[in-house]
Every structure is written in C-alpha cells, then in structure tokens.
Design a binder for this molecule. Sequence first.
Ligand SMILES: Cc1cc2nc3c(=O)[nH]c(=O)nc-3n(C[C@H](O)[C@H](O)[C@H](O)COP(=O)(O)O)c2cc1C
Length: 398
Amino acid sequence: MREVFEETKIAGLTLKNRVFRSATHEGMGNEDGTPADELMSLYLKLAKGEVGTIITGLTAAQQSGRGSRNMRLFDSDEYIRHYTEINHKLQELDTPLILQLAHSGGLIDKEIKGLEPLGPSKKKHVLFSTLARELSDTEIKEIVTNFALAAERAKLAGFSGIQLHAAHGYLLSEFLSPGANRRTDRWGGNTDKRFRILQEIIEQSRQRVGDFPILTKFNAYDSQKNGMSLDEACRIAELFQQAGIDAIEVSCGTFDDGFNSVRVPQIPVEGLLHLLPQIRDMSKVKKAAVKMAGSTIVKKHEPLYNYNVDAAAQIKQHVDIPVIAVGGIRRLADIEEIISEEKADYVAMSRPFIIQPDLVNKFKHDDQQQAKCINCGYCLLGVSERQLKCYYGRVPKG
Ligand SMILES: Cc1cc2nc3c(=O)[nH]c(=O)nc-3n(C[C@H](O)[C@H](O)[C@H](O)COP(=O)(O)O)c2cc1C
C-alpha cells in the first residue's frame, strides 16, 4: 500500500515524502525582481520542517507578466546567480525546489507604471478592475519563447524543476478556458487549439532543458460562464501528458470567482477593507458598500476541505503521470486516505505552511493530526503589498 512518508521519484527526481508546499506567492521580490533575503530562510524552514518538495511562489517569465511590485522576475540571466546558493542549500537538505513560472495576464496591480492587463481575448477582471487587451500572434510567440528561456535559466540556477502556472485565471489558464479564450486564430477554438500555447511552451522548454522536470498546475473547473469544466480538464490532462509534462497539480477557480481557489469559511470583509489595495484605496462610499454587502457580493465556495480531491481522482483516470491534489487539505488522516486509496499520487498545501513550516515533521512524528491554519484568507489579501505572513484572522493595527 502507498504511504505518505515513503520515497518516490518524479522524472528522476527523488522526493522524500508525498507532501508538496504548493506555490505560494511570498511577496519577497525586491523592486528589481530579485529575491529578498527572507526567501532563503523561509525555504530553509520548510525544508527543515520536512516538506517533501517546495514549489516557489509565482515568478514572472517576463516583465509584462509581473502582476505586483513584490513578485519576482526571471527574464534575464542576471537572475540566475540570485538562486544558486538557495538551491545548493536545499539540495543539501534533500528538498527539491521547483520554480513556478507564470504570466499574470489580466491579474495585475494597476499602480505599476507601464503594465498593461493582457489576455487571450478582451476581458474585464472584476476584482482587479482591469480590462485585459487581446494579445497579438507575435506577442504570444514571444511569451512562448520567454517561458522556454526562463525554464533554461531555472536549470542553470540549480532548481530541481519548473512548474507552469496554468491555474486561477493567470494568463496560461485563461488560454485554456473556453470563456476567456474566444480567439478564432491558431491559439483559440477547440481544446487542442486553446492548449496550443502550453504545447509550444513545453516543446520549446524541452528542447532547451532536456530531461529536466516540467510540472504544471491547472484548473479542473471554475465558476465562470463557459469556464473550465471537469470533462474538458480531463482532456487537457491527456494533452499535458502527450506534451511531455512530468506531473500535474489539480486546482480550481479564478480570482473572478471570489474565494474559490483559496476557500474561506466566511468572507473576510475586514481583511478586504484593510489589506487589499484595490478595496482599501476605494472612495469612502464604495468602502461603506463593501462593508455592508461584501459578504454577499464576494462569493465563498464549498466544501472547505479537500475540495479538489475528487477532481484529481477523476483526472488521474485519464493519465499515467503523477497527479497532485491541492486545496483545503488539512488532516493527516485525509492525506493518508488520499494516498492509500490512490485518489492522487501527492498532496500539496499552501496556507498551513505559513503558520507552521514544520507541519510535515509534526505529522510524521504524530505530534499533530491537523494543521493549525484557520483558513481566514488574510495571508492572501496581505501578500500583494507585504511579505507573506499568517494574520490568524486579525487585521494588523496601523
Ligand atoms: C498567500 C497565498 C499565495 C498564493 N500564491 C500562489 C502562487 O504563487 N501560485 C499558485 O499557483 N497558487 C498560489 N496560491 C494558491 C495555493 O497554492 C493553493 O492552490 C490554495 O491556497 C489552496 O490550498 P490551501 O487550502 O492548502 O491553501 C496562493 C495561496 C495563498 C493563500
């Protein structure tokens, strides 16, 4: 029977257990896109806490995909040397570090000068109040090349692999979604055509990096009109496998869904008003409206726990490559069940590690059966401007 704390391999990479730290934007990018010093100590804490594999927070493959000021950038060879020591230290601790590469598309902070919201087709993003412009064919080809170049740099910097961020309404996920991608050229239309940008990124990356592990994270479903459906996601998983992806992480939702990808027991209205710049900087009148009606305007989604496990299990029926489930996984007993019943090959968690980077160690030694995280969602609201931290449901003073 499969076990949580057993050694396995993905594309030749040795993983000491079946628990991943899911990509979590750390807000630890300097103004120039280099990593802040705190990033290394965070990864060391996670590695010492026995996380099997760490996926970095999203990192922009090119400047136009950098959604917030504190997001890291990886668009030139200059960035390589900033990661060699981190990777070396993590290798010493037998903890693979996978670089998540992303393009923010329409999910960008409008305050960043010169940045334009972009997408496969024109689209209004509700939460970010942006209107994404349709990318040209030439721009899409540039994006493909930039992802492949970033993959090559990741290998040179000593990362253990990359993960292509194709979830949550970021650019690559928008290309996959029939609602967001209404193109009629070679980049849109049927599933194969909407998949083409990923197909080409994977192909070009492979040419540059060879056997280096390439993973992806994508949405099994969302709640957008004509958005991603589980049937379509199963077909996309097959395409990922054919294209040569080494493992897929199954997530859900877009920022336009409200709290779907990152679920909360109740809408954190105080957090929205104080931590999220888009709302905090609104006029008094609009803020009062959010205060009154925030929890009815912004949607929360259910269930709160293990919410992508069934989708992952279904997707797993369609592929032979490893499947990673993420979303509301909190209890050791649930992880054991997911693994032993082969609903997924691996599990990933994000928020629990913010408050407890040593959680896997606690699980392993039976010191704790359940994560302390209360799923308040404040960590997400705070991270677009500040470094990642746990607020434990409390808005900071001042
Ligand atoms: C603060 C924060 C930052 C996140 N940043 C990323 C990210 O950079 N890339 C990504 O794919 N998902 C990101 N996510 C989503 C998580 O990886 C994960 O899919 C989601 O939080 C559900 O898992 P959880 O219930 O274990 O937190 C983030 C979530 C949070 C709370």
